[in-house]
Each structure stands twice: as structure tokens, then as C-alpha cells.
Write a protein that binds this ligand. Structure first.
Ligand SMILES: Nc1ncnc2c1ncn2[C@@H]1O[C@H](COP(=O)(O)OP(=O)(O)OP(=O)(O)O)[C@@H](O)[C@H]1O
Ligand SMILES: [Mg+2]
Length: 460
């Protein structure tokens, strides 16, 4: 077990031995009796707490506090003064001592203060720890996570980046699929070559075809020049096919051929083009179901799904939230030149148990807005949009938080309603009949609510 390290600088023999005996029980203690020894101890090993007598035989404890802080910025110091020198105690605090003890003090009082100092120290250490650990352990490129699921994803990325295997990234919207595709490319041998991203869901079939494979002049009306496709641009590099589940059956065939033979024909050309491209595909769709329903080719599914990476929704890895909060807070403080110090306990509690239908993107956007609106100080419960108070799920159970200053019930209820309606519509692809069924509403009631919603001001 690693113990907290306490340095005691005390020349009075009574206190010296009493402190040594008492502190040894709980801490790793180094006892010295002069300023000189104190300085040499501080330059040799690291301490968590320094108990410093202000009157030392070879100098002032105030100077030692000063020097100690320069040598070990994380050291928490407690000054000990003889009674009748409140001025010096005050000066010590002004110099940065955490607190002071006036002699005679009880050992219990001392212990209480040291523990308090350690708690304080521990928090600072956590901050420091966050900065340091983040870089090594809980961050891959700029992907943050400490949940077992994300750690597995990091390990997997490390393992597979160097290979040329096709990767299929699955995850709800906003879970970081694109971020992961970038990290894989960045860690591959192809890093000096292009990473080309194509959103297959954003373009109609013909445009997507010429976007991906290029076309020759005159291939179709409007094709005035010969144009290289994205696959050619990505030669020797990586292509990221986002929303691959949205591809039309005809293009699925063409993509399959690229996967099998690294060959394709640009639109209007009979000769095929060879490329060496690594394919990373992503989708938020349930591809197995799409295969079953014959929207997605089974052979293509297997070709793409060589290495599957599944990013769980944020609600299933709530343990990542504290790190994400700290990360985005720092990011937006820097980007927006703001000085928000942190989040209150309640805010952490509420955000740490929210449902997050929009996953990390939703969290990121929320923190950006909160940082801009708040500007400085701590983000408190009243700064949070009401819906977060109502959509928290703890261990699968819906929880409702009443913020300390109360809330506006009608607006909370309205926002819960909006949220659930939006989710129902999203899940049914905008089908009002099915959405109404899911919500056990009459279709007319749902339509009525939607109308009202439109005329209402958006809540946040
Ligand atoms: N683990 C994470 N750490 C830090 N930022 C993240 C993380 N996951 C996602 N983000 C951020 O959240 C936002 C959404 O991520 P990204 O675009 O990669 O998601 P996506 O899964 O591709 O979403 P969509 O399916 O909607 O395209 C980005 O701004 C991204 O930087
Ligand atoms: Mg994306």
C-alpha cells in the first residue's frame, strides 16, 4: 500500500517526538529539525504534506514554505506557530500554506487538518492525474474513454491499424465512429496518404456513383469533364465510407467488386482502374436486419465486417462521462476563452446518469453551450436544460431529479414529451401511425401535439 508522505520540520523535541509517534501510524513520515534539513529532504523526495514550524533554529519557516512550494508545487503545507504569533500564521497562509496550527494543539486537531489537506491535495492530484493519465491511458488520439468497452476499442484500434483489413464501425449516431476511423488511419502505415471520407447516405445514387468511382467526359448529361472518383483519390490511403448501409443495391455490387478485386470502372468507361485502398465503413443501421430484409447484400456484409468495431451508446458506458466532462470543459474553455471552473455535484450526478440519445455529440454540444453561456464560475443545476433532470436513468430505472431551487414542472413535462415524441418518430422513420402506437396515443393526438410543438419555441 502506498502511504501519503508527510514531511515534518520541527525543532522542539516535545513536538518532534509526539508528532513522529502519532503520524507514523497513518503516514509515511520524515522528521527533520532544521530549515537546512527540510530543504534537503524536499530536494530528495516527493512529499504530499509539509508540516512546518515557523520558528526554526536556522531560519524562518515562512521562507521554507516559500521554497518548499517552488520545489514541490503540489505540496500542501501546514504551518505550526507558537501561541501569540497570529501575524505569522496569517503570513504563512498568504504565502500559500493550506492552514496553520497554533501551539499547543491536540493531535486529533492535527490529524483532522492533515486529512483535510490531503483531501484537498487529492483533488489537485486528480486534476493532475487527469491531465497525465488522459495522455497515456484514457486517450487514443483524441478519443476519450475509460470504460472497459472503450478500453477494448482502443486496444483493438492499436492492433488493427497497421493491417489492411476492412473495418466496419458500428454505433449509434454521435458515438464517435468518424473519430475512430480517423484514429485508425492516423495509426496506420498509410498515414502519409489521404484519408477520404464519403457519406453514402447524403447523395442520390447516380451522384454517389460518380463521386466514388469518377466518370469520363460525356458519361451523362452535365459530365463536361472527366473526373477522378474518391476511390482513386484515396489510392494508397484509406477511404471512409460513412453510412454504408444507405447504399443502393447497384452500388453495393460495385463496392463488392472493389473489395474483392481492388478494381472498378468509372462511370462511362469500360476499362477498369486498379487501386490500393483500405476501406473503413461505418453505419448506425442494424445491418443484420437489413441483410435479412434484403436491403443489404449478404456477401458485401461479410466482406465489410472483417473486423467489426462496436461502439456502445454513451448510456451504456456512463463511467466515461466524468472524463468527457473534464475533457470538453477544458476544450471549450480554451477555444472560447472562457473560465468555467467545473460542474457542481448535482450537475455531475444528473449528467452522469442521463440517457444521452445523441451520445457524445449531444454531451459535447451541451458543454459547449454551457461554457459559452456561463463564462465563468461553476456550472450549477439551474444552468442545465430541464430535460436533463427528467431523462436520467439509473440502473435501468427512470429517475427524476428535483434541483435544489425547484423547477418549472410544465416545461419539464413538455420537454419530456417532446423528447419521447422525437425518439418515437426517429425510431419509426417518421411514421406517425407507428409512432403514435408506440406512445399509446391516438394518431390525431400526436398530430395535434406536433402542431403545438411547431408553434412553441424550441426549448433549448
Ligand atoms: N470518445 C470520444 N471522445 C471525445 N470526443 C468524442 C468521442 N466520441 C465522440 N466524440 C465527439 O462527438 C462528436 C461526434 O462524433 P462522430 O462524428 O465521430 O460520431 P459518429 O458516430 O460518426 O456520428 P454520426 O453517426 O452522427 O455521423 C464529434 O465532435 C466527436 O469529436
Ligand atoms: Mg459520422
Amino acid at each position: 500500500m502506498s502511504l501519503w508522505r508527510v514531511l515534518v520540520v520541527e525543532d522542539e523535541s516535545f513536538y518532534f517526538s509526539a508528532l513522529e509517534k502519532f503520524l507514523k501510524k497513518d503516514f509515511e513520515v520524515t522528521m527533520v529539525a532544521s530549515m537546512k534539513e527540510g530543504l534537503s529532504a524536499l530536494s530528495q523526495s516527493r512529499y504530499d504534506v509539509g508540516l512546518i514550524d515557523l520558528k526554526l533554529p536556522d531560519g524562518s519557516g515562512l521562507d521554507l514554505i516559500d521554497k518548499a512550494q517552488k520545489l514541490q508545487p503540489h505540496l500542501v503545507t501546514i504551518a505550526m506557530t507558537g501561541h501569540g504569533s497570529p501575524q505569522m500564521a496569517l503570513q504563512a497562509v498568504q504565502k500559500g500554506a493550506f492552514h496553520y496550527l497554533t501551539k499547543p494543539f491536540s493531535l486529533e486537531e492535527l490529524k483532522h487538518l492533515v486529512l483535510k489537506a490531503l483531501r484537498h491535495h487529492h483533488l489537485e492530484k486528480e486534476n493532475h492525474w487527469y491531465q497525465r493519465e488522459l495522455k497515456h491511458k484514457y486517450q487514443f488520439e483524441n478519443i476519450i474513454g475509460q470504460s472497459p468497452a472503450m478500453m477494448d476499442v482502443f486496444k483493438l484500434i492499436e492492433k488493427i491499424s497497421q493491417s489492411d483489413s476492412t473495418i466496419l464501425i458500428r454505433g449509434e449516431s454521435g458515438t464517435g465512429k468518424e473519430l475512430i476511423a480517423r484514429a485508425i488511419h492516423a495509426n496506420s502505415d498509410r498515414v502519409s496518404k489521404p484519408l477520404v471520407t464519403v457519406n453514402c447516405g447524403a447523395l442520390p445514387e447516380e451522384l454517389l456513383e460518380s463521386e466514388l468511382f469518377g466518370h469520363v467526359r460525356g458519361a451523362f448529361t452535365g459530365a463536361n469533364v472527366t473526373r477522378q472518383g474518391r476511390f482513386e483519390v484515396a489510392d494508397q490511403g484509406t477511404i471512409f465510407l460513412d453510412e454504408v448501409g444507405d447504399m443502393s443495391p447497384r452500388l453495393q455490387v460495385k463496392l463488392l467488386r472493389v473489395l474483392q478485386e481492388q478494381k472498378f470502372e468509372p462511370v462511362g468507361m469500360s476499362q477498369s482502374v486498379d487501386v490500393n485502398v483500405r476501406i473503413i465503413a461505418a453505419t448506425h443501421q442494424n445491418l443484420e436486419q437489413a441483410v435479412e430484409e434484403k436491403h443489404f447484400r449478404e456477401d458485401l456484409y461479410y466482406r465489410l465486417n472483417v473486423i467489426p468495431i462496436v461502439i456502445p451508446p454513451l448510456r451504456d458506458r456512463l463511467g466515461d462521462i466524468p472524463l468527457l466532462l473534464a475533457y470538453f470543459l477544458e476544450k471549450f474553455n480554451t477555444e472560447k476563452k472562457k473560465n468555467v471552473s467545473g460542474f457542481s455535484k448535482e450537475v455531475k450526478e444528473v449528467l452522469g446518469h442521463s440517457h444521452w440519445p445523441g451520445n457524445v455529440r449531444e454531451l459535447e454540444n451541451l458543454i459547449e453551450r454551457l461554457v459559452i453561456l456561463k463564462g465563468e464560475g461553476e456550472i450549477a443545476a439551474k444552468d442545465l436544460p430541464a430535460k436533463y433532470f427528467s431523462s436520467s436513468v439509473i440502473q435501468g430505472k427512470q429517475m427524476f431529479f428535483l434541483p435544489p431551487e425547484g423547477l418549472d414542472l410544465p416545461s419539464v413535462i413538455a420537454s419530456v414529451e417532446n423528447e419521447l415524441i422525437e425518439q418515437a418518430l426517429a425510431r419509426t422513420g417518421g411514421n406517425k401511425n407507428k409512432a403514435a402506437q408506440m406512445l399509446k396515443l391516438k394518431r390525431t393526438t400526436l398530430v395535434e401535439k406536433l402542431k403545438r410543438k411547431k408553434t412553441q419555441k424550441a426549448f433549448f
